[in-house]
Ligand binder design. Structure first.
Ligand SMILES: [Mg+2]
Length: 225
C-alpha cells in the first residue's frame, strides 16, 4: 500500500522554541503598532491565516495578512539563523523510511514561505520538494486546518503521485481532527505542544511517544489493510 504521509512541522518535525510566535508578534507590532497582538491566542495546531485573522479582529483592524507576512518572514529567518530549530527525535530517520513506502508531504498551519524558512534552517526542505516546490497544504491555503487534507491530496496528485492511503502526523488534537475531517488516518506524537492525555482524548489511530519509539508502528500503517 502506498501512503501519502502528511507531516505537521512545529512539534512534529522541529521546534523553533518560540521563535515563530515571537516573530509574528514583533511583525504585528512593527506593521500596526499593536504589541502583544497574540496574547491569549494559542498557536498550537492553528493555521497562520487563522491565528493572524483572530489577532486582526482582536486589534480591531481589517485583515492585512500580506503586509504582516512580509514583515514576519525576515524576522523569523533572523531568529532561526541565531538559533537553529531543534529537531524532534527520530525525524530524519523516519522521513527516509516513510519515503520508501510512499510520499512525504506537508500538512502545516505555516504559510508556505514560513514553512520553507523553518525547514531550510534544519536542511529538511528537500525532503518535501517536488520540482523545487514544497509539496503539501499550508496555512495560506485555508484558515481552517480541517480543510487541508484534500488540498494536500490534490497537490500530490497534481504532482503525479499515486497513493492508496493518507496518514496525517501531528502533535495536537487539531491535527487528529483535521485527519478525521479529511478521511485520513491520524498519528499523534507527544513531541510537541500537547500532553499524552490530551492526545489520547482526541482518539488518534496511533499515539506515539516520539518517532523513534514509534517508528515501526508508523511504518505498519503502510501494510495494514
Ligand atoms: Mg504542530
Amino acid at each position: 500500500m502506498t501512503v501519502l504521509w502528511l507531516y505537521d512541522i512545529d512539534g512534529t518535525i522541529l521546534s523553533t522554541e518560540g521563535a515563530g510566535r515571537a516573530s509574528m508578534g514583533q511583525a504585528f507590532e512593527q506593521c500596526f503598532g499593536v504589541s502583544d497582538a497574540f496574547a491569549g491566542l494559542s498557536f498550537a495546531g492553528a493555521t497562520d491565516s487563522g491565528i493572524t485573522g483572530r489577532a486582526f479582529t482582536a486589534a480591531g483592524l481589517p485583515p492585512q495578512q500580506e503586509r504582516l507576512r512580509g514583515a514576519y518572514l525576515p524576522l523569523l529567518s533572523g531568529r532561526l539563523r541565531k538559533r537553529t530549530p531543534v529537531l524532534c527525535p527520530g525525524i530524519q530517520a523516519i522521513l527516509q523510511r516513510t519515503a520508501m513506502v510512499g510520499h512525504n508531504a506537508l500538512l502545516t498551519g505555516n504559510w508556505r514561505a514560513g514553512a520553507r524558512v523553518k525547514l531550510e534552517a534544519v536542511a529538511l526542505a528537500r525532503a518535501f520538494e517536488r520540482e523545487e516546490r514544497l509539496l503539501g497544504a499550508f496555512g495560506g491555503d485555508a484558515a481552517d486546518r480541517n480543510l487541508l487534507v484534500p488540498i494536500a491530496e490534490a497537490q500530490a496528485r497534481a504532482a503525479g503521485l499515486v497513493f492508496d492511503r493518507t496518514v496525517v502526523i501531528g502533535d495536537t488534537p487539531l491535527d487528529v481532527e483535521c485527519a478525521r475531517a479529511g478521511n485520513a488516518l491520524a498519528v499523534a506524537v507527544c513531541t510537541g505542544w500537547s500532553s499524552r492525555e490530551e492526545l489520547e482524548k482526541s482518539s488518534p489511530d496511533l499515539l506515539l511517544e516520539d518517532l523513534v519509539a514509534g517508528s515501526d508502528d508508523l511504518l505498519g500503517l503502510s501494510s495494514n489493510s
